[in-house]
Design a protein around this ligand. Structure first.
Ligand SMILES: [Zn+2]
Length: 240
């Protein structure tokens, strides 16, 4: 995809997360690699509300060039986490970091495992990395590098006492994965809230369901493309 197409899709993802109330005030960040080596990437400008982001607002950063941060146009935590991630894992084209309420609630549990209790939760069966060493805002390159190392081949990081990070080859797949992860955690929180014992699915069923999810990337793309049509019908200004 061209940079202009990536800008439109990433702007759409910001608008979608705002609609879903999955953003945190004017924090959180999404990024997409533009260059093959991942070192040039687009991200959101510092402290702009997700509901207002337009394609032309996105900031192009160079992970090798701290000067591209000049003018304080992006949040330092964006540079620390996404800069390290795109530099170290060029195959990761898209990274999304949010603090959605239910996933963040699960991240605060002693055991933040997303137990497989239905289809959404099963998508994450043994497919999430965990960070249990939250030490404050991630605003240093060392902290970004530490978080990236924790992924260890996985595409999702449950950031303990903090939030979540999702990586994917395309913006549509990352959007749908973040959406489903939050929904899975919402279901799990509600199940826990009943105080009744959970009927956790067997490993075999959970594994089969997770593999089924991995075979339907086109479902994720369709979800995102449909959401773009919803945005287009209401307010296509994200494309500007
Ligand atoms: Zn955060």
């Amino acid at each position: 995809m061209s940079e202009s197409e990536l800008r439109i899709d990433l702007a759409a993802a910001f608008r979608c997360f705002a609609r879903l109330n999955m953003h945190e005030a004017v924090a959180n960040h999404l990024s997409v690699a533009v260059s093959d080596d991942g070192r040039r990437f687009l991200t959101n400008p510092k402290w702009m509300h997700f509901s207002r982001v337009k394609a032309s607002d996105l900031v192009l950063l160079d992970a090798d060039d701290a000067a591209s941060l000049a003018g304080g146009k992006v949040d330092p935590t964006t540079w620390a986490i996404h800069g390290q991630l795109h530099r170290r894992l060029p195959h990761v084209r898209v990274a999304m970091h949010l603090h959605p309420v239910y996933a963040t609630a699960i991240s605060t549990l002693e055991d933040p495992t997303i137990l497989p209790i239905e289809q959404n939760t099963s998508r994450y069966f043994k497919r999430v990395a965990f960070d249990t060493a939250f030490s404050g805002m991630a605003d240093s390159e060392d902290e970004g590098a530490r978080l990236v190392a924790l992924l260890d081949g996985k595409s999702r990081l449950m950031m303990g006492n903090h939030g979540v990070m999702v990586c994917a080859p395309t913006i549509g797949e990352a959007f749908d994965d973040m959406y489903t992860l939050e929904r899975a955690c919402q279901i799990l929180v509600n199940a826990y809230a009943t105080g009744k014992p959970l009927r956790v699915l067997s490993d075999a069923v959970a594994e089969r369901t997770a593999r089924d999810w991995e075979s339907i990337a086109d479902f994720s793309i369709a979800h995102f493309e449909e959401m773009k049509k919803v945005l287009d019908a209401e307010d296509p200004s994200y494309r500007d």
